[in-house]
Design a protein around this ligand. Structure first.
Ligand SMILES: CCCCCCCCCCCCC[C@@H](O)CC(=O)SCCNC(=O)CCNC(=O)[C@H](O)C(C)(C)COP(=O)(O)OP(=O)(O)OC[C@H]1O[C@@H](n2cnc3c(N)ncnc32)[C@H](O)[C@@H]1OP(=O)(O)O
Length: 348
């Protein structure tokens, strides 16, 4: 008849511990094949000095290497789980074998270690959520909410009112866009003071470029308010921001969602040129209006008798825009390469 020793078990996320109640155990043979652990040894158990053995078929796969250590009172066996995780029970069959019992001492150790882990996590978190992280997170959250509101509002209005919605974008959206774009000046400061790892020039080009269109071209000319170009400019701007800001928010906690990262570093490829083209259309449409109204024109001395129209500056600005497009396109291309190259290297 086969004699089985008493076996106590416990688990951690990566390991299984078995404590076999055999004193002075000798000729210990323990190995794992597939999910089954086989144990055989000679020692003093419940039925005196005898051969004892047992088999356990684990509920999940384990690594084939087993370590064991015998003391005068028991044999301790450690088996490594194939995949990290918490098992709902030890063995495949729902009714546990009679010789098997939970090892409460070890569970207690486990509980203590869990509490230690938790307090370590808490102490880390409190250090981690520094002032800078908190500030960046809130900033990105506010921008994300603002641009999401813009994007969703414009999309819903497009579905409900169709083409008509293109003509009143400025009236319905501009207040939130003003708010978000004024706030975006913070990004220039962040870059200038090294709060985030990015160049000042690309950020300045981005913020100044957009605010020029928003405040000077759209904001100061009522004639522009009902033009469909406002819709295209606002829609293109918000289309990138609803991905860029949540990407930064996750970054604040060293977390990433691969799809979001891919979107943040990819959809600018079509959006940026389209955005610049839409902005250029807005500038071109505003030129005759500035010309007629003489708004922002600089009067010259009476002797010369004329003024320098703002529309001249707009011609120069059109050239600057494409220069800006080139600089920022190159910058974003480099950022994309850096991001995906670093990721690939980390993966290797
Ligand atoms: C100098 C005078 C100016 C004269 C202007 C005249 C010319 C004007 C031409 C203007 C053309 C503008 C056209 C434009 O308006 C059209 C459009 O926007 S269309 C829509 C598509 N647009 C886009 O896709 C651009 C979106 N914007 C951006 O991407 C940024 O503003 C830009 C500055 C262009 C690039 O961003 P950045 O350099 O910051 O790259 P990363 O996102 O890779 O960030 C680098 C690292 O910094 C961390 N970071 C950055 N910001 C934050 C933040 N707010 N919170 C937390 N962390 C942040 C980021 O995580 C990266 O860190 P790591 O590398 O460690 O991951």
């Amino acid at each position: 008849m086969t004699l089985t020793p008493l076996v106590y078990w416990a688990q951690r996320h990566e390991e299984i511990y078995l404590r076999v109640e055999l004193t002075d155990a000798q000729n210990i043979d323990v190995h794992v094949h597939e999910k089954v652990l086989q144990f055989r040894a000679r020692g003093h158990g419940a039925k005196g000095l005898n051969e004892y053995e047992f088999n356990l078929e684990f509920i999940s796969p384990v690594k084939p290497e087993v370590t064991h250590r015998s003391t005068q009172r028991q044999v301790n066996i450690t088996v490594r789980k194939e995949q990290r995780g918490w098992w709902e029970r030890l063995v495949v069959q729902e009714r546990k074998p009679v010789f098997l019992a939970p090892d409460f001492d070890s569970w207690l150790d486990d509980l203590i270690s869990c509490l230690n882990d938790f307090s370590f996590f808490l102490s880390n978190i409190s250090g981690f959520v520094s002032l800078k992280t908190g500030f960046l997170f809130i900033y990105n959250l506010v921008q994300f909410l603002g641009f999401s509101w813009i994007f969703v509002n414009m999309t819903v209005r497009l579905f409900i009112f169709g083409q008509d919605s293109l003509y009143d974008t400025f009236h319905t959206i501009s207040d939130v866009m003003f708010f978000c774009q004024i706030l975006a000046a913070v990004e220039v400061l962040n870059a200038a003071f090294g709060v985030v790892r990015t160049g000042v020039i690309p950020t300045l080009i981005q913020v100044v470029g957009r605010n020029f269109i928003l405040f000077i071209i759209f904001g100061s000319l009522e004639e522009m308010h009902n033009r469909p170009v406002v819709f295209f400019v606002f829609y293109l701007w918000s289309s990138i921001e609803i991905f860029r800001y949540p990407f930064y928010m996750l970054g604040c906690f060293n977390t990433e969602w691969k799809t979001l990262t891919w979107l943040r570093y990819t959809i600018w490829i079509p959006l940026y040129p389209l955005g610049v083209i839409a902005e250029a259309v807005a500038v071109i449409q505003s030129i005759p209006i500035f010309h007629e109204t003489k708004l922002f024109s600089i009067p010259l001395p009476k002797a010369i008798g004329t003024s320098i129209g703002f529309s001249y500056f707009l011609h120069i600005y059109l050239v600057l825009m494409f220069l800006g497009l080139f600089i920022n396109f190159r910058h974003l291309y480099k950022q994309r390469k850096r991001r995906f190259r670093t990721k690939k290297r980390k993966a290797n």
